[in-house]
Design a binder for this molecule. Structure first.
Ligand code: SF4
Length: 330
C-alpha cells in the first residue's frame, strides 16, 4: 500500500474504508427489489427502447434492431483484464465481459470484429451468471461489463441469478454513454461504478463518425443520471475504485471530439470533482481510412492541448498510472 501522503490527491481525498463498503446490489437483493427489476427488464425487450435508438422490435421473439441482438446477449470474450485504469485492474485484473455487437456504429471502431461482425456466442442468463462467479473466483477486483448498452435487460436477468449465489464484487458499467435513461434507472441500485465515454460534442460530427446525431444529447443526459446515482469516484485504501463515475474521453485528430466543450460541461454541469481519463491512444481502425480528417493518430501537441483544456475548465482529478510505485510492481 502507498503511504497516504505519497498517493495522488485525486485518490487520497476520495478514499473510504473498504470495511464499510458493500456493493449496492446486495441491499437491493435483500429488499426484494431485484426480482421486480428482472421482471421490468424482460418487459423492456418487448418493444425495445433499451437504448436511444428506440427500434421497438420484439426481442423476446428474437427480432433484432440496430444492435443485431435478439433475446439473448452474445459474449465475445471474458477474463481478468490488465489494460484498464489502475483503479480497476489493480493487481489481479478487472473481470471484463465483452458483449458482441453495439448500438453505436463508430467508423473508427477498434473492435470491429466484435462490434460489427459480431464475433462471439449467445449466452443465457445462467451462463453470464456463471462467468461473473468464475471471474470473482479468479480474484478479479470487479465485474466489468464492456459495451452493455444494448443488453441491460439480459445483464439484470443474469444478476438475479448470480447475486443470490454469492456475487460480491462491485459492478463496472463500461459504456459509450449512448444509454437510455430507462436502462440507467433499471441499473440504479445494481451498479456501483459507471465508466462512460464522452466521445463527441457536436451532433453533426457524431452523426458522421458514430452514426447518431443525438449522441451528444444522450451522453449528457446519461452522465448526469449516472452522477446522480453514484456521485464522484471513490476508492479504498489501496486505490481500487469502489463507487462513482469515471469518465473516459478519447482525444481525436483535428479537435473533432470537442474536448474543450466536453470538459467545460463536465466541470460546470456535473462536478469539478469528476474523475477523468483523457486518452491519447486514438489510431485509425475500422473504416477510418475512408475519412481523411481522422485517418491519423493524434499529435503530442493535440494531447497537451486537451489536457490544458480540461485543467482550464476546472477539472483536477485525472487518471494517472500509479501502481508502478507499489513494491510488488517494481
Ligand atoms: S437496444 Fe438494440 S434493438 Fe433496442 S433500441 Fe437499442 S439498438 Fe434498437
Amino acid at each position: 500500500m502507498l503511504f497516504a501522503q505519497e498517493r495522488p490527491r485525486a485518490l487520497r481525498d476520495f478514499t473510504i474504508p473498504r470495511s464499510s463498503f458493500e456493493p449496492c446490489y446486495r441491499a437491493t437483493y435483500r429488499s426484494g427489489l431485484l426480482e421486480a427489476k428482472r421482471e421490468q427488464a424482460l418487459r423492456m425487450l418487448e418493444r425495445c427502447r433499451v437504448c436511444p435508438r428506440h427500434c421497438e422490435v420484439d426481442r423476446l421473439r428474437d427480432e433484432v434492431g440496430t444492435c443485431r441482438t435478439g433475446r439473448y446477449a452474445w459474449v465475445a470474450s471474458y477474463g481478468p483484464h490488465l489494460g484498464e485504469e489502475d483503479c480497476l485492474r489493480g493487481w489481479n485484473g478487472s473481470g471484463t465481459i465483452f458483449f458482441s455487437h453495439c448500438n453505436l456504429k463508430c467508423v473508427f471502431c477498434q473492435n470491429w470484429d466484435i462490434s460489427r461482425i459480431g464475433e462471439g456466442k449467445p449466452a443465457t442468463p445462467e451462463r453470464i451468471a456463471a462467468i461473473m462467479l468464475a471471474l470473482q473466483e479468479a480474484g478479479c477486483h470487479n465485474i466489468n461489463f464492456v459495451t452493455p448498452e444494448h443488453v441491460v435487460p439480459q445483464i439484470v436477468e443474469a444478476l438475479a441469478i448470480a447475486i443470490p449465489q454469492g456475487l460480491r464484487l462491485p459492478l463496472v458499467y463500461n459504456t459509450s454513454a449512448y444509454d437510455s435513461l430507462e436502462s440507467l434507472r433499471l441499473m440504479e441500485g445494481l451498479v456501483d461504478i459507471y465508466m462512460p465515454d464522452f466521445k463527441f460534442w457536436d451532433p453533426d460530427v457524431a452523426g458522421k463518425y458514430v452514426k447518431a446525431r443525438d449522441y451528444p444529447e444522450a451522453a449528457r443526459a446519461a452522465i448526469k443520471e449516472m452522477h446522480r446515482q453514484v456521485g464522484p469516484l471513490v476508492f479504498d485504501e489501496q486505490g481500487l475504485a469502489l463507487r462513482g463515475v469515471l469518465v473516459r474521453h478519447l482525444v481525436m485528430p483535428n479537435g473533432l471530439a470537442g474536448t474543450r466543450e466536453i470538459m467545460r460541461w463536465l466541470a460546470r454541469e456535473v462536478s469539478a470533482d469528476t474523475y477523468v481519463n483523457i486518452m491519447d491512444q486514438y489510431h485509425p481502425a475500422g473504416m477510418a481510412h475512408r475519412y481523411p480528417a481522422i485517418n491519423r493518430p493524434i499529435t503530442s501537441q493535440e494531447y497537451e492541448e486537451a489536457l490544458a483544456a480540461a485543467q482550464e475548465a476546472g477539472l483536477w482529478r485525472f487518471d494517472v498510472r500509479w501502481l508502478w510505485r507499489l513494491p510488488r510492481w517494481r
